[in-house]
Design a binder for this molecule. Structure first.
Ligand code: ATP
Ligand code: MG
Length: 426
C-alpha cells in the first residue's frame, strides 16, 4: 500500500522532470497533493503543465489524446495513467455546469484559480515547494472547506461543486468556512442543472466514504437535495436532519450497498422508496433491487411492531419472499447495526433458521412442475405454480422433507383439495 502510494507520487515527479528538461514548467496538482498532505492514500496523480497538448504528445510515446479540447493528454508511465493538462482558465458558465470555453494560460497560479476549493488548489513542484496562492495548506491544517474566490459565484458557475463540497467536508471531517456555507445555501437551487447520474455518483461516493452519516446530515441541513432535477423520495430529503440515534455507524459495513440499505432503514424507507431512490439516482437496477430487497425483508420482519407470535415462520416467509441473498445481506447488516428491529440474539437464531432451510426457492425443490402435472394427471395451469409455492413453504418450514416421493404425495393431496380458493391464495 505505502509502496504503491509512494511510487505513484514519485512516478509523477519523474514526469515533471521530463517536462522540465524539455523546457516546460509542470506541477503535481489537485486531489493528489491534497491527499498527500493529509497523509491519505493517493488515487490518481494529476499533472498541470505549461506544455501544450501537442507538445506533451510529442514528448511521451505513450500519450493518448483523451481530452484535447480541454488540454488533457493521458500518459502511461510504469503501468500507471497520468492526466497531463495544460494550464488553463475557463470561460463563462451559462449552464451552471460546463464552461462555454476554456483557454490556455501561462502560469500555474492562473490555473489554480479556476479550481473549486482551496484544498484542491495546491500545486507541488519537483523542487518540493508548494504553490499555494489561496492558503489551501492552512485550510487543510485547520480543516476548512473554502471556495477559491467568491463562494456564491463559484457555486453558481458549476453546481456540481455544491455536492463536491459536502463530500469533501464529510470525507475529511472538515467544516465549511461560514461564507462558503452561506454561498452554498444561496446557490442550492442550481442543483437542478446537474444530471441525476452525477448527483447519484456523488451521493454514492458519500455513502461509500469516510463518514456517510455526516455527509447526509450536511445534505439535510442544507436542504440541497430538495433541489435535485428529479424529486428524490421523501425519506432522502428530510425537512430536518435526523437526531443522532446513537446507532453504530454504517461505516462498519464494507459493502456500499449494505450501507445504503442501513441508511434507508434508518430514514424509515420502505422497499418501494429504496427502489425509487436507486432508480432516480441511476445507481443501477441490480443494485437497486438488492438494496430494496434487504429493506423490504427488514420491514417485513418488523411488521406488527416486531411482536411476532412465531418469529421463525415470519423469518422463513421473508426469506422465501426476498431470497437467500437478501437474507444473507440482512444478516450482515444485523451484525453491524444490531438491535435495530429485532433483539440481537434473534440474528443468531435467524442464521440457524436460514441454514436449516432445505429449500429457499422453487428451483431448490426436489420436484419440478412437469413431474407434478404427470403424477396428478391434471391439466397444466396456474395451480402448478401455486402448488410449488405451497410445497416450498412446507419444505422451508421443515414440515415436509425435500424428497421427490414425499413432495409428489403432498402435491396430490393439494390437488385433491379442489381447484377453488386454495390455489388463489399466495
Ligand atoms: P477525488 O478524486 O478524491 O474525488 P479530486 O479533488 O481529485 O477528488 P477530481 O474530480 O479528480 O477531484 O478533480 C481533480 C482536480 O480538478 C480537483 O482537485 C480540482 O482542483 C479540480 N476540479 C475538479 N472538479 C472541479 C470542479 N467541478 N470545479 C473546479 N475544479 C474542479
Ligand atoms: Mg481525483
Amino acid at each position: 500500500m505505502t509502496e504503491t502510494k509512494e511510487s505513484a507520487w514519485s512516478a509523477g515527479l519523474q514526469l515533471l522532470g521530463r517536462l522540465e528538461s524539455a523546457g516546460h514548467t509542470a506541477f503535481l496538482v489537485g486531489g493528489c497533493v491534497r491527499d498527500r498532505l493529509l497523509g491519505r492514500p493517493l488515487r490518481d496523480v494529476d499533472i498541470a503543465t505549461s506544455a501544450r497538448p501537442e507538445q506533451v504528445m510529442e514528448l511521451f510515446a505513450s500519450a493518448i489524446p483523451t481530452g484535447l479540447k480541454h488540454g488533457t493528454v493521458t500518459v502511461r508511465e510504469g503501468g500507471r495513467l497520468f492526466e497531463v493538462t495544460t494550464y488553463r482558465r475557463e470561460g463563462k458558465y451559462t449552464d451552471s455546469r460546463r464552461p462555454d470555453d476554456v483557454w490556455f494560460v501561462g502560469s500555474i497560479e492562473e490555473d489554480l484559480a479556476r479550481r473549486d476549493f482551496t484544498i484542491n488548489a495546491i500545486a507541488f513542484g519537483s523542487d518540493g515547494r508548494l504553490v499555494d496562492p489561496f492558503g489551501g495548506a492552512d485550510d487543510l491544517r485547520r480543516g476548512v472547506i473554502r471556495t477559491v474566490g467568491d463562494p456564491s459565484e463559484r457555486f453558481g458557475e458549476d453546481a456540481l461543486r455544491l455536492l463536491r463540497g459536502v463530500r469533501f467536508a464529510a470525507e475529511f471531517g472538515f467544516d465549511f468556512a461560514p461564507d462558503t456555507w452561506d454561498g452554498l445555501l444561496a446557490q442550492r437551487a442550481k442543483l437542478r442543472h446537474i444530471a441525476m447520474e452525477r448527483v447519484g455518483a456523488e451521493l454514492d461516493k458519500m455513502a461509500a466514504g469516510h463518514d456517510p452519516e455526516r455527509a447526509f446530515r450536511l445534505l439535510a441541513e442544507s436542504g440541497l437535495l430538495r433541489y435535485a432535477r428529479e424529486p428524490l423520495p421523501a425519506c432522502a430529503t428530510p425537512a430536518e436532519p435526523q437526531a443522532d440515534s446513537g446507532e453504530r455507524s454504517v461505516r462498519g459495513l464494507a459493502d456500499p450497498d449494505l450501507r445504503w440499505a442501513a441508511l434507508l432503514l434508518r430514514w424509515g424507507a420502505d422497499e418501494a422508496e429504496a427502489e425509487e431512490l436507486f432508480r432516480t439516482l441511476r445507481l443501477g437496477v441490480r443494485r437497486g433491487a438488492r438494496v430494496a430487497a434487504v429493506v423490504g425483508l427488514d420491514r417485513m420482519l418488523a411488521a406488527d411492531g416486531g411482536e411476532l407470535p412465531d418469529l421463525r415462520a415470519r423469518w422463513i416467509s421473508a426469506v422465501l419472499r426476498f431470497g437467500r441473498a437478501a437474507a444473507e445481506d440482512w444478516l450482515a447488516l444485523a451484525a453491524v447495526t444490531a438491535g435495530r428491529q429485532l433483539p440481537p440474539d434473534v440474528a443468531g437464531l435467524a442464521r440457524s433458521w436460514l441454514d436449516g432451510m432445505a429449500a429457499a426457492s422453487v428451483a431448490e425443490l426436489a420436484v419440478r412442475g412437469d413431474e407434478i402435472v404427470r403424477a396428478t394427471g391434471r391439466k397444466p395451469g396456474p395451480w402448478v405454480a401455486a402448488t410449488l409455492r405451497q410445497l416450498l413453504s412446507d419444505v422451508a418450514l421443515g414440515t415436509l422433507p425435500n424428497e421427490r416421493p414425499a413432495l409428489l404425495v403432498a402435491a396430490e393431496t393439494m390437488a385433491c383439495d379442489g381447484d377453488g380458493s386454495f390455489y388463489s391464495k399466495e
